[in-house]
Write a protein of this length. Structure first.
Length: 387
């Protein structure tokens, strides 16, 4: 039979597709998809037989899955998934029949057997059979993603008296696994960027997503809107971090979670020398001067001999009462054409704090973060021209 299929495939490759119209092409593709499902079922049958005859002994592999991986040069995870599906098809006759008849594809079959395997161990055979019949029937209407969601609720459909407790347990188990797999890794590339990967529970992923959206969508600037979504999200994350206040975070060793920037007085007042972060990273003078008037950054100003002249104090930050007064006066961002509300704005010192500016209502102006950056860029240009 395998030799006959091989020969038939040779004939198929030799056949011409000239004259095959759109409808005919669709029919052929549907038939090929069904054949691929049937072949997957047949492969599963032989893989189950391979377990019985210990085919792994042929090359000393530790299991049929490892042997299959070595023979077909597929990854171990892919081989294990295929062998697990083959084993499950030996237990669920209706799923196997659906795959064999082409009603279900391998991806759908994998999701269905996972849902059935997740049923409580004490569920009787009759309920399990009803669940299998129902999920197989859904394969005509839903893809694997839809089936995965429906499979979670299958017990509520076939046995409502058991379903609620089962779903609660599934959700709790899922959340526990998510907590166990929660990770965050960051690494510096030496070129001014920090790269990272993270895995978060769905709740916290949704919280981060909402915060990023709130910041990103509030900015209606056409130039920013034209940027790719990942770029907009990255900029929104930067703004989110700059909005964090150390009072909202736990202290470590008696010190708040504040980024400390060490900068010379000369640089703070317009020089070009770089500044240093407390973790050893370097910061341009321009950026150091900009963040010197924003919360969450604590500047340590050094004199010519390296002595500490000043450690930034809270007096350089406008109080809540001052912010309210400024908001009542300015109403929105003071950049021409920007109507960002006060809640989205920084308070800018008209006379820079680094140059002796006071922290007062009279000297404070509301600027949307991006426009606050631009104000500082213009100030930097003026400083360069003067020097």
């Amino acid at each position: 039979m395998v030799e006959a299929m091989d020969a038939a495939l040779d004939d198929g490759y030799a056949a011409s597709l000239i004259g095959l119209d759109a409808e005919g092409t669709a029919q052929v593709l549907r038939a090929l998809g069904a054949l691929a499902s049937r072949l997957e079922d047949l492969t599963g049958s032989v893989l189950r037989h391979a377990e019985e005859v210990h085919v792994e002994d042929l090359n000393g592999a530790t299991s049929v899955a490892v042997w299959w991986s070595n023979e077909m040069l597929v990854t171990r995870p892919a081989a294990h998934r295929q062998v697990r599906l083959a084993e499950a098809l030996g237990r669920y006759d209706r799923v196997r029949e659906a795959l064999c008849s082409g009603v279900a594809n391998p991806e759908q079959a994998s999701v269905v057997v996972l849902a059935l395997d997740d049923l409580p161990e004490d569920v009787d055979a009759a309920v399990q059979a009803k669940a299998e019949i129902h999920l197989v029937a859904l394969c005509d209407h839903f893809d694997a993603k839809g089936l995965r969601h429906l499979g979670r609720h299958i017990l509520t459909v076939v046995a409502p008296e058991l379903g609620e407790a089962h779903e609660a347990k599934l959700l709790e188990d899922e959340e526990r696994r998510a907590r166990e797999k929660t990770r965050l890794t960051m690494s510096r590339d030496g070129q001014g960027l920090v790269h990272g990967r993270f895995s978060l529970p769905e709740l916290h992923g949704a919280m981060l997503e909402k915060a990023i959206q709130a910041i990103g969508w509030a900015d209606q600037d056409p130039e920013k809107r034209a940027k790719p979504n990942p770029v907009q999200a990255g900029e929104a994350l930067c703004e989110l971090l700059e909005r964090l206040h150390d009072k909202d975070l736990p202290s470590v060793g008696g010190v708040g979670a504040t980024v400390v920037v060490t900068i010379t007085l000369e640089t703070l007042q317009g020089g070009l020398a770089e500044a240093a972060l407390d973790n050893g990273d370097r910061l341009s003078a321009t950026t150091a001067r900009r963040v010197a008037c924003e919360a969450g950054i604590l500047p340590v100003v050094l004199g010519g001999k390296g002595e500490v002249l000043d450690i930034g104090r809270r007096r350089r930050f406008h109080t809540r009462a001052q912010r309210i007064a400024i908001a009542q006066r300015d109403k929105h961002c003071q950049w021409t054409g920007c109507d960002a509300p006060p809640s989205r704005c920084h308070v800018h010192h008209l006379i820079p704090w680094a140059r002796g500016g006071g922290t007062s209502v009279e000297q404070g102006r509301l600027y949307f973060p991006r426009h606050h950056h631009k104000v500082h860029e213009l100030m930097e240009q003026s400083i360069r021209q003067q020097t």
